[in-house]
Design a protein around this ligand. Structure first.
Ligand SMILES: O=C(CO)COP(=O)(O)O
Length: 254
């Protein structure tokens, strides 16, 4: 199958220097499966990226939580892709629902960001997901397909993209999607990629789940055939993130 398990930790807008040092030290001391089995990427706020990059174990990598849509310049408050490349930051999270919904980023804007970041050599964790209202009205697949389409229309190479399905109603709510709910959308997304991109991209692109993942629910989710890992928020700030990384072993034993 060849889809290496991927565990991302999205620290969001959290942390002090002391807290960040503590999380890094916990991660550095952890016994986890090897890089051949699981790819681990943590995403601190921009201001802590150099600290984390310089102190984190070499088998774990870092991601920015956002980047500007095109070349940097007169865009007060933004951080450009070029700056991330300059700092040797390999990954960026784009299209997180908090940016789509709170900061008003449209599907097209997110698609443009993904295309620009990939073109400059970054790897992208691209997020999609429906709100509770959209789920209840039966439009989950239409919503995630439209979000994915806006990306697919703008890129030709998916090898540096990880697709994160993060239902908005499950984010930070403690209300995790059931393994069946996650599997259903992941499979539909894979079918969408097959029909609209190609079979190889559908078979090889990692589709990870995010939304109230924790040490207790991660194994059952990881056992789903189309769940290739996680994007973890709150629990990525805690030692239980190590247990979530270890959920990769579920795939090995499958
Ligand atoms: O938004 C998320 C990761 O990007 C998920 O957040 P929680 O794990 O805190 O629900």
């Amino acid at each position: 199958m060849g889809r290496k398990f991927f565990v991302g930790g999205n620290w969001k807008c959290n942390g002090t220097t002391e807290e960040v040092k503590k999380i890094v030290s916990t991660l550095n001391d952890a016994q986890v499966p090897s890089q051949d089995v699981v790819e681990v990427v943590v995403s601190p706020p921009f201001v802590f990226l150099p600290l984390v990059k310089n102190s984190l174990r070499p088998d774990f990598h870092v991601a920015a939580q956002n980047a500007w849509v095109k070349k940097g310049g007169a865009f007060t408050g933004e951080v450009s892709v070029e700056m991330l490349v300059n700092l040797d930051i390999p990954w960026v999270i784009l299209g997180h629902s908090e940016r789509r919904l709170i900061l008003g980023e449209s599907n097209e804007f997110v698609g443009d960001k993904v295309a620009y970041a990939l073109a400059q050599g970054l790897k992208v964790i691209a997020c999609v997901g429906e709100t509770l209202e959209q789920r209840e009205s039966g439009s989950t697949m239409d919503v995630v397909a439209a979000q994915t389409k806006a990306i697919a229309e703008r890129i030709s190479n998916w090898s540096d993209v990880v697709l994160a399905y993060e239902p908005v109603w499950a984010i930070g709510t403690g209300k995790v999607a059931t393994p069946a709910q996650a599997q259903e959308v992941h499979l539909e997304l894979r079918k969408w990629l097959q029909a609209n991109v190609n079979a190889e991209v559908a078979a090889t692109t990692r589709i990870i789940y995010g939304g109230s993942v924790n040490g207790a629910n991660c194994k059952e989710l990881a056992a789903q055939p189309d769940v290739d890992g996680f994007l973890v928020g709150g629990a990525s700030l805690k030692p239980e993130f190590i247990d979530i990384i270890k959920a990769a072993e579920v795939k090995q034993n499958a």
